[in-house]
Design a protein around this ligand. Structure first.
Ligand code: ZN
Ligand code: ZN
Length: 420
C-alpha cells in the first residue's frame, strides 16, 4: 500500500490502545520483573495462553449475562468460520489449559501467573484502555482459607513493594450456592421495593444477579444499597467458618484490612472470599487489584471438580501511581572515521558486546566531533575512539564521559576497565 494514495491521512493506533515507548517502557519492565520475582517466591509458575480463544470459552467461563460477555468482547469470525474472541480476562484461559492438558493430574501445585494484554470494548477514558494489561494470578485445587490469606498477603506485599504505600485492603465473602439464593431473593425483594430509585442497569441486575447492584457507581444506587440486607446474615456454616479462618490467618500475617460488606466482584462465578486493594493516595479511591474465590467455575465449565482462587491487577492503573525512576543503562559508544577504522570499529563493537558491555555504533558517516556530540546527548558512559592511527597501532582511546578521563590501551585491557 502506498502512503501517497491517501494524502493527509496519518495512521494512528486503534482507539483505546496505546504505545508504550522507550522512556516509559523501562517502568513497565521494572514492574514486570519485580512482579515475577515476587510471585515466584510464593511458588507460582508462568502459564502463557493464546491471546485469542474460542468465543464459547468466555460465554461459559465468564458468564453469559455479564457486561463483559454481553457488551465488551472483541469477537470476530475467522476465515475458517470460527467465532474467535480476544480474551477479556484470563481466568477462563487458565481453566481451559488445565482441562486441555490435564494439569490437575500432574501432581504439581496449580499456581500460575501471567502478565499481558486483555481486551474489552469499553468506553475509553482516562486510564482505561481497550487493550489493557493485567497481572493475573490463579490457584486451582486448594480449598483451605489459609491460601486465601496467603494470596491477599502476597498481593498486599507486591503493591507495597512496588511503591504504592497508601493502600487499603478490603475483604468480604459472597457466599456460595447453598447460601446465596436466600440472600439474592432478600436483595431482589428489597431492590424491587425501591426500584424507581435505581438506575436502569440496576433494575436489570435485580433479576439476573442482584449482588451486582453493590457494584453500581451511580450515587443514588449506592445510597440505596447501603441499607440493603448484608450477606453476613445469610451465610451457611461452611462459608461462615471459611471467612472466619481467612480473617484469622490475615491477622496472624499482620495484614491490615477492612471488612466491607458491600464488596462484591463483577463476575458471576465468585464464591466465598472476595477482596480488593484500593489506592488511597491523594484522596483518591481506585481499585488497583481485585480477586476472589471461584469454587464452582471449573465444574460449570465442564472440567474436573477443582476449586479456584486468584486476582487480577491492572498494570496501567498501578503504573499511573508509581514514581519509579529506573537507573539509566550504562553503555559504550564507538566513534570512528575512515573505511579501515569503520571495519575495525565494527569488530570492536562486537568484541565489547561479547564481553557483556552494551555498545552502540552508528553508521551515518558523521565527523568525529559530531559523533562525540551524539555520544554525549545519548548519555553514553564511555566513548571508544577508533581512528586511522589507532587502527594501525591496535591501541585505542577510551573516554570515561562522567569523569572526563581518557586512557589508551589494547581492546582487552579497555574491556577490563569498562567492566570493573
Ligand atoms: Zn455458603
Ligand atoms: Zn445503579
Amino acid at each position: 500500500m502506498s502512503g501517497e494514495g491517501q494524502a493527509g491521512k496519518t495512521l494512528t493506533a486503534v482507539k483505546g490502545t496505546h504505545d508504550i515507548l522507550p522512556g516509559e517502557v523501562e517502568v513497565w519492565q521494572k514492574v514486570e520483573s519485580e512482579t515475577k520475582r515476587w510471585l515466584e517466591l510464593y511458588g507460582y509458575k508462568e502459564l502463557r495462553a493464546p491471546i485469542i480463544e474460542p468465543t464459547e470459552l468466555f460465554q461459559k467461563g465468564t458468564g453469559e449475562t455479564t457486561d463483559i460477555v454481553t457488551k465488551e468482547m472483541y469477537t470476530f469470525v475467522d476465515k475458517g468460520g470460527r467465532s474467535i474472541t480476544l480474551r477479556p480476562e484470563y481466568t477462563p484461559s487458565v481453566a481451559r489449559a488445565i482441562v486441555e492438558h490435564r494439569l490437575d493430574l500432574l501432581g504439581a501445585p496449580m499456581r500460575y501467573y501471567y502478565i499481558g494484554p486483555m481486551f474489552r470494548y469499553d468506553k475509553p477514558q482516562k486510564g482505561r484502555y481497550r487493550q489493557f494489561h493485567q497481572v493475573d494470578v490463579e490457584v486451582f485445587g486448594e480449598k483451605d482459607p489459609a491460601l486465601d490469606a496467603e494470596i491477599v498477603e502476597m498481593a498486599d506485599g507486591l503493591i507495597r513493594g512496588l511503591g504504592v504505600a497508601e493502600i487499603e485492603t478490603l475483604i468480604n465473602t459472597v457466599g456460595c450456592r447453598v447460601c446465596r439464593p436466600a440472600f439474592s431473593s432478600a436483595l431482589r425483594e428489597r431492590a424491587a421495593a425501591v426500584q424507581d430509585r435505581l438506575c436502569g442497569d440496576c433494575r436489570r441486575k435485580m433479576e439476573n444477579n442482584p449482588l451486582r447492584i453493590f457494584d453500581c457507581k451511580v450515587e443514588g444506587c449506592r445510597e440505596q444499597a447501603r441499607s440493603f440486607p448484608k450477606i453476613t446474615g445469610f451465610l451457611c456454616a461452611e462459608c461462615r467458618e471459611h471467612f472466619a479462618a481467612f480473617r484469622g490467618h490475615l491477622d496472624r500475617y499482620g495484614v491490615a484490612y477492612r471488612h466491607d460488606e458491600n464488596l462484591v466482584r463483577g463476575l458471576d462465578y465468585y464464591t466465598k472470599t472476595a477482596f480488593e486493594i484500593i489506592d488511597r493516595s491523594g484522596g483518591q479511591q481506585n481499585a488497583v487489584l481485585g480477586g476472589g474465590r471461584y469454587d464452582d467455575m471449573m465444574r460449570d465449565f465442564g472440567g474436573p471438580d477443582l476449586c479456584g482462587i486468584g486476582f487480577a491487577l491492572g498494570v496501567e492503573r498501578l503504573i499511573a501511581r508509581l514514581s519509579i525512576k529506573p537507573e539509566p543503562r550504562r553503555f559504550l559508544y564507538v566513534v570512528h572515521q575512515g573505511e579501515a577504522a569503520k571495519a575495525k570499529a565494527i569488530e570492536l563493537a562486537r568484541f565489547f558486546r561479547r564481553g557483556g558491555v552494551e555498545t552502540l555504533i552508528e553508521f551515518g558517516g558523521r565527523s568525529f566531533r559530531n559523533q562525540f556530540g551524539r555520544a554525549g546527548k545519548l548519555g553514553a558512559a564511555w566513548v571508544l575512539i577508533v581512528g586511522e592511527d589507532e587502527t594501525a597501532k591496535g591501541i585505542f582511546q577510551l573516554k570515561d564521559m562522567a569523569a572526563g578521563t581518557q586512557v589508551a590501551g589494547p581492546p582487552d585491557e579497555l574491556l577490563k576497565g569498562v567492566r570493573s
